[in-house]
Design a protein around this ligand. Structure first.
Ligand SMILES: *Cc1c(COP(=O)(O)O)cnc(C)c1O
Length: 461
């Protein structure tokens, strides 16, 4: 493909993408294909001779689209939202064209410098304390990780390296393997599965603390567990705190960068964090934290992948520093070399999409977007509250989900808190509006009533 053809095909592709997104309501959110469907549609080997663009382009509708779950259909209410916006898509095109690998400042200075700037912008939008940001001139600073799972893992590995370092200073003959086997990290029993995985990958015990009836972690439960672990000779060193709810009260937070009782607290606000750009949705965050992350790729119109993490950058980079000669450069130390801040060496120019989105929506546009989604979620909540026939039958919930998803007009997934199964209704797509929420409720209620009737019928047998 030469440049002239690229220009022509590029225009066609942009048209296709705009048509796809503008008409996405016409496609079912959930595809009806069976596993292995694609094998029937494609040859079992790559072509020997080059094919024509027209033939590849035609296969988007024939081969790909039948098996796509349309996350941006307004009736997609499953899992959690993933962001998508035209400015984000345009930035990714530019990032792909530049195609740099920004592992150090020298490997592409703009890639690093724009990231430094937009990470401070994001921190200020969320009103995070300055200490967490580059502009403090201190230990803070931000980095774009691919996902929240990586942010949690990086936090845990940094905390692990930090505690080993501290203990080694006290006792230079320390047996590292012995210390590693006694390290213990904590999260709540409601924590995201990525936290348990961070413990598995980081090879440390991850203890789940039981939450109260409001699914909140009580400070006293954590304290009791820490004290009893210390008495057994274990070494508590890390705790993960998730913020997954949007409060509806004007609250402000006052977190400080630092450790408390030698425990590194990592705050995971992957989903809810974007809402903190609205002062009225900020949670009550007090005390000390060493790292904080949220996903602009969930709820801030920045396309996947983009998880923003701010932290004690010195301790994080110390944990990951391996510095072979060929990666070094003469300006080292003046700007971050982001390869020390995350797991891979290579990194894409992801800050471009944050920059485009922040500039083209502005704080006001993004706040409006978040507030609209919160309003829609409350509309749905009111439908549920106003219907006194509504109750949840744990035993039939999976059948209910199957019925809703087989019907295909909306897409939901179930979840479980303690022993209660429930249906999760998430406002995901940027195009979802009030009518979609009403439609989902009517659809959902309808299936639910059939199942209630079935259940009552079964009970009378
Ligand atoms: C969605 C979510 C994650 C996982 O996000 P990834 O970026 O896909 O790793 C982790 N924690 C919380 C609280 C989440 O909501």
């Amino acid at each position: 493909m030469d440049a002239d053809e690229f220009r022509k095909r590029g225009r066609e592709m942009i048209d296709y993408v705009a048509d796809y997104l503008e008409n996405i309501r016409d496609r079912r959110p959930l595809p009806s294909v069976q596993p292995g469907f694609m094998k029937e549609l494609l040859p079992d080997h790559a072509p020997e001779n080059p094919e024509k663009w027209e033939d590849v382009f035609k296969d988007i509708e024939r081969v790909i689209m039948p098996g796509v779950t349309h996350w941006h259909n307004p009736q997609f209410h499953a899992y959690f939202p993933t962001s998508n916006s035209y400015p984000g898509i345009l930035a990714d095109i530019l990032s792909d064209a530049i195609g740099c690998i920004g592992f150090s400042w020298a490997s592409s200075p703009s890639c690093t410098e724009l990231e430094v700037i937009v990470m401070d912008w994001l921190g200020k939008l969320l009103d995070l304390p300055k200490e967490f940001l580059f502009c403090s001139g201190g230990r803070g600073g931000g980095v774009i990780q691919g996902t929240a799972s990586e942010a949690t893992l990086v936090a845990l590995l940094s905390a692990r390296s930090h505690v080993l370092h501290r203990l080694k200073e006290k006792d230079p003959n320390l047996n590292e393997a012995h210390v590693m086997s006694r390290l213990v990290a904590y999260c709540s029993d409601q924590s995201h599965s990525s936290v348990e995985r961070a413990g598995l990958i980081g090879a440390v015990q991850m203890k789940k603390i039981e939450t109260d009836e409001k699914s909140s972690l009580r400070g006293s439960s954590l304290r009791d567990m820490i004290e009893s672990d210390q008495a057994k000779g274990l070494i508590p060193f890390f705790r993960n705190q998730a913020y997954s709810r949007v409060n509806n009260k004007a609250l402000c937070y006052s977190i400080k960068l630092g450790e408390q009782n030698n425990i590194w607290m990592h705050i995971d606000a992957a989903y809810a964090g974007s809402a903190f750009i609205c002062p009225e949705f900020r949670p009550l965050l007090n005390g000390y934290a060493m790292s904080f992350n949220f996903n602009p790729h969930k709820w801030m119109l920045v396309n996947f992948d983009c998880s923003a993490m701010v932290k004690d950058s010195k301790l994080v980079s110390e944990a990951f520093t391996v510095d072979p000669l060929y990666l070094q450069h003469e300006n080292q130390g003046k700007m971050p070399d982001y390869r020390h801040w995350h797991i891979p060496l290579g990194r894409r120019f992801r800050s471009l999409k944050v920059w485009f989105v922040l500039r083209l929506y502005g704080l006001k546009g993004l706040q409006e977007y978040i507030r609209k989604d919160v309003r829609l979620a409350h509309e749905f909540e009111n439908f549920v509250k106003d219907d006194n026939r509504f109750e949840i039958f744990g035993e039939v919930i999976l059948g209910l989900i199957e019925a809703i998803n087989d019907d295909g007009r909306i897409h939901l997934v179930p979840s479980k808190v303690k022993d209660t199964y429930f249906l999760r209704f998430a406002i995901c797509a940027s195009r979802t509006n009030s009518d979609d929420v009403k439609f989902a409720w009517e659809n959902y209620k309808f299936v639910h009533l059939i199942l209630c009737i079935c259940k009552q019928y079964k009970n009378t047998l």
